[in-house]
Design a protein around this ligand. Structure first.
Ligand SMILES: [Zn+2]
Length: 412
């Protein structure tokens, strides 16, 4: 077998995924393996045992991030790394995150099978609390690693019972010694199910992820005036909910005016006083604008502000728009993206460039290491659901692309 034709073991990858899925079973065939619970510890222990059996050394940092390293021939080189997360949503699937971790393990097992030596070490990481469902925010430990949050902030995040990440890391035995971020990487790749419907619809096996879209979150408060639903003539009303309804439609139009990437959502609305025979005096609503290009995102924000003024001013409703959070678009490293594209093409997999709609650990890691991602299709684009499903063939294809992209970055 030449290096060029090297492929991973599809059945072994699948069997490992199914074995991991037995830990923290859900109620409908998926998983409930929340971050830093006993089930998470069991999953971590299994991963560590598998990596040690494959000859890896293990280090853990102070956020509980695990790094399993297969040595290279040149000890002066930082590792070419991959990884994702083992925690799940409360009603999560068997593949979100877990695929990226076990694909990394399968890369190492494949290199071992064929006695292949790389110049740079090859490493697989497990990032703590990616999902953010037990401890907010999401991706907190890769965020600490990348210097987005400090360690005290990371340790002090608490669940609904007041238990903190720091306490729970200590309890399950994963409070490591290494300072997060003091761990250079030559490159980082994350393989992940798409969690959306595009690859399936386009009949492509591999998504070459070029970046992640930017997000801007707003809170909008519209203030009109409350008055009697029976006695106030239509021309004398300042109905905040009527204005809000027009604004919801206008926000939807903003996305439709910037195809194909723009998405906009009003996901939450509170009407006051919320009484059936009083004209609504005020409405609070959230607005979520997303686009991969920052300039377009700014354009969408001005359209939001213009729509708001255009709807509210003529009817005497006051509008306050507060920008509460911004996450700029991310462009992944061009060399790493090229390595993914080349590996997919060489293997003959149908592939397309794609932009991640969701956040991933790779988004934070991209701030401190050259990074790219590999997507594979999942059935109907469904994720964060126990019915989440992917085929053994597609998962192996993603793992083969990961193998060859990593080999390319590890050889030089
Ligand atoms: Zn994930």
């Amino acid at each position: 077998m030449t290096l060029k034709n090297l492929t991973v073991n599809q059945d072994r990858l699948w069997d490992s995924l199914m074995e991991m899925a037995r830990i923290g079973p859900g109620v409908a065939g998926g998983n409930c393996r929340l971050a830093l619970t006993d089930f998470d510890r069991e999953g971590r222990d299994l991963f560590v045992r598998w990596c040690q059996d494959a000859g890896c050394s293990i280090t853990v940092d102070k956020m509980g991030n695990i790094f399993a390293r297969r040595p290279g021939s040149d000890p002066s080189l930082p590792p070419v790394a991959t990884g994702s997360h083992l925690d799940t949503q409360p009603t999560g699937g068997k593949f979100d995150g877990v695929f990226g971790v076990l694909a990394g393990l399968e890369v190492i097992r494949t290199l071992n099978d064929h006695g292949i030596e790389t110049a740079a070490p090859v490493e697989v990481s497990v990032w703590t609390n990616e999902e953010g469902s037990r401890f907010a925010p999401a991706m907190v430990a890769s965020g600490v690693f990348a210097g987005v949050f400090d360690l005290d902030y990371g340790h002090s995040r608490a669940d609904v019972d007041g238990k903190t990440i720091g306490e729970e890391l200590e309890r399950i035995g994963y409070l490591g010694e290494e300072t997060p971020g003091e761990h250079p990487m030559k490159a980082f790749f994350e393989a992940h199910i798409e969690q959306g419907p595009i690859l399936e619809a386009e009949e492509k096996t591999i998504g070459v992820v070029t970046g992640a879209q930017g997000q801007r979150w707003f809170e909008v408060t519209l203030t009109g005036s409350e008055s009697h639903a029976g006695t106030t003539p239509m021309n004398r009303r300042k109905d905040a909910l009527v204005a809000a309804s027009k604004l919801v439609t206008a926000i939807n139009e903003i996305a439709l005016a910037h195809p194909p990437h723009a998405v906009t959502t009003v996901g939450m609305m509170q009407v006051s006083p919320n009484s059936r025979n009083t004209i609504p005096g005020s409405v609070f609503m959230t607005v979520d604008l997303r686009h991969p290009d920052d300039e377009t995102l700014s354009q969408m924000e001005s359209e939001l502000r213009a729509a708001c003024a255009g709807i509210c001013d003529p009817v005497g409703v006051e509008a306050a728009i507060e920008n509460i959070w911004c996450s700029p678009p991310i462009a992944f490293d061009t060399d790493c993206v090229a390595a993914v594209k080349k590996a997919a093409g060489a293997a003959g997999y149908g592939n397309m460039d794609i932009i991640s709609g969701a956040g991933h650990d790779a988004c934070y890691i991209s701030r401190v290491a050259p990074t790219a991602m590999i997507f594979v299709p999942c059935e109907d684009g469904v994720s964060h659901n126990e019915s989440e499903s992917a085929t053994p063939e597609d998962l192996a294809a993603g793992c083969n692309v990961l193998l060859h992209a990593m080999l390319e970055r590890a050889s030089a």
